[in-house]
Write a protein that binds this ligand. Sequence first.
Ligand code: IMP
Length: 201
Amino acid sequence: MKIVLASRNAHKIKELHAFLRPVDPDIEILSLDDIGFVGDIEENGTTFEENALIKAQTVADMGYIGIADDSGLSVDALDGAPGVYSARYAGEHGDDHKNNMLLLENIADVPDEKRTAEFVSVIACSFPGGEHAPIVCRGACPGTILHAYRGNGGFGYDPLFYYAPYDKTYAEMTPEEKNSISHRANAMKKFIEAFRDVIHA
Ligand code: IMP
């Protein structure tokens, strides 16, 4: 079975392959480049679900089973911001440090007990010709936003995101620790079960 991940990120493709191999040992994961998709898919949704579905459906419209994820940080004191704008919060796509500094600035006056947040990951899968209804799975991880960086690992908002049960930020965790509780891992666990049910139905 061929599946297209709506991404060009080699790490994400490898990761998805590892997760889906137990469901179907012959599974092949292709990227947007592999199917000749040029340019970027415009993520103009206002929720993680919408954006993940836009990406997965774009691939399904080309005749392939499409899988896509969308993720970000949702801070309660900011009514859910940066949310779907997490990657471009400070304007420049992917400037993690600027994004983190803007986040700290915007919650500078928020007391510790109100600095609650959650990381969210949504994985969507669309099928060509509407063969099956789309699958949409959401995973989350609760935490709080610190006042300064802690830890050197990870990426994005990891050094500001404190997870109390481990007494660590995401940036202080080993990859195994993060994978055991992360928003992405939680979404992926739900997705694997839903995907297994659909393809083995
Ligand atoms: P994407 O949907 O995977 O491209 O992620 C969107 C943005 O959300 C990233 O650029 C990060 O700013 C943030 N983000 C998502 N997942 C994580 C994470 O595990 N750690 C830190 N930041 C994340």
